[in-house]
Design a protein around this ligand. Structure first.
Ligand code: ADP
Ligand code: MG
Length: 406
């Protein structure tokens, strides 16, 4: 687990006394869930980001807001900020937000002029991932882009805990400006630090799509937690490694060997589904006529889409006996009604455990939590990957780059 001797509160932008004379570049998490058309499915992240945006908008000289949405491969309308994000900010700020769609020379020059001559402007840069240099593999290109972004501010504030990967706007920029943390970032790290020495029994519930994305953290969770309950598509790579028939269920062939090692090492702690909801096809129509398996093996041709009833009961028992609970990732294809049962039941079991300290996170996990009206989680982390990485790793670069400088 990431630990720092430093008092993070010392790095809060709230310690700055002359904010009204500073142009602030804010990196925040605007990565709301949208569907293929760009319609908003879940607004949690923008809502959670608003307090700091509002605070800086009133206190700073001018504010430049940066965020990303999705994993775009080039510009597209469904992930553009021109839809939901700009509308949301314009509603909050009386249609005064200045939208920077491109960062060409003319736009940047005009912006610089406004920043030096005027006060009280709020600029919103288009989805930062539309700019190729943001995540360029070439560190020099990333630096160049970070330098351009930094030219618009006197200080940098990072409030995007969820966007923990090292990009120009989350990491490199901190090398060019005095840098601080926002309240949401501070809150997330504070809540997660409670898992430094968790009360036991401590259970981690892990689901979602890909084992590969969560392998490292699973390893580390298996060391710290008393039990790790696995659901979602990632369970099938592990079951495959165990030698169980998984039919046509989604799995990652190149991770089977690693999965075998984990199974061998943590046979007692790692709990896998003992039955499943299976469908003949991976479509919502097919899931309507899905059925449950008798045991852990899946008939040829069938695809697992959710936990079966025996697994749900088994997991619920373990959850109700625990006093520390960490949850990331849906237990099944929660987007479809019939295969939402596992996620809903497990989510409610976590919700109903009154005595436990409960933490959940992840884009889809948040969407599921809201969909099923789950209210009693102590802290809902905006980032799933960020939450797990923070708990598993020795380093958290977007934070270190700020701490190391001051
Ligand atoms: P989070 O965003 O909370 O970290 P992930 O993005 O890792 O979660 O995973 C969520 C996705 O996993 C959902 O779209 C869900 O439909 C999918 N999923 C869950 N179970 C299965 C399954 N058995 N087969 C295929 N996809 C699944
Ligand atoms: Mg997701």
């Amino acid at each position: 687990m990431y630990t720092t001797q430093k008092n993070l509160q010392d790095y809060s932008y709230k310690n700055i006394t002359d904010l009204d004379q500073k142009n602030v570049v804010l990196r925040t998490c605007l990565n709301i869930s949208v569907d293929g058309r760009g319609d908003m499915i879940d607004p949690t992240r923008i809502l959670d980001s608003m307090p700091v945006i509002q605070d800086l908008a009133t206190k700073a000289k001018n504010l430049i807001v940066i965020g990303h949405l999705g994993r775009p491969k080039g510009r597209n309308s469904s992930m553009s900020f021109q839809n939901n994000i700009l509308n949301h900010l314009n509603m909050e700020f009386d249609n005064k937000v200045i939208f920077l769609e491109y960062l060409d020379e003319e736009t940047v020059t005009q912006t610089h002029a406004k920043l030096s001559q005027e006060k009280g402007n709020i600029f919103l840069i288009e989805n930062i991932r539309f700019f190729k240099k943001e995540d360029s593999k070439d560190p020099i290109e990333r630096m160049e882009f970070a330098k351009l972004l930094s030219s618009m501010g006197d200080i940098f504030v990072n409030d995007a805990f969820a966007d923990y990967r090292e990009s120009a706007s989350t990491y490199d920029i901190a090398k060019f400006l005095p840098s601080y943390l926002g309240d949401l970032f501070l809150k997330e790290t504070w809540m997660l630090s409670k898992f430094n020495s968790p009360e036991r029994p401590y259970v981690a519930v892990l689901g979602g799509s890909k084992l590969s994305e969560k392998l490292d953290v699973m390893n580390s969770l298996l060391q710290s937690a008393d039990k790790v309950l696995v659901g979602g598509a990632m369970a099938y790579t592990l079951l495959k490694a165990k030698g169980v028939e998984i039919g046509n269920s989604l799995f990652e062939a190149d991770k089977v060997e690693l999965a075998k090692e984990i199974l061998y090492k943590y046979a007692e702690k790692l709990i896998l589904p003992v039955d499943h909801l299976v469908a003949a096809d991976f479509t919502e129509e097919a899931v309507v006529s899905s059925m449950t398996t008798q045991g852990e093996s899946i008939q040829e041709g069938m695809i697992a889409v959710d936990l079966g009833p025996k697994t749900i009961d088994l997991y619920k028992d373990i959850i109700s006996d625990s006093v520390s609970i960490l949850w990331n990732g849906p237990m099944g294809v929660y987007e479809w009604e019939k295969s939402a049962v596992g996620t809903k039941e497990i989510g409610l079991a976590i919700n109903n455990n009154q005595k436990a300290f409960k933490l959940a996170g992840g884009g889809d996990s948040i969407a599921a939590i809201n969909k099923f009206g789950i209210k009693n989680i102590d802290h809902i982390c905006t980032g799933g990957g960020a939450m797990l990485t923070f708990l598993a790793n020795e380093r958290f670069p977007i934070l270190d780059v700020i701490l190391e400088k001051q």
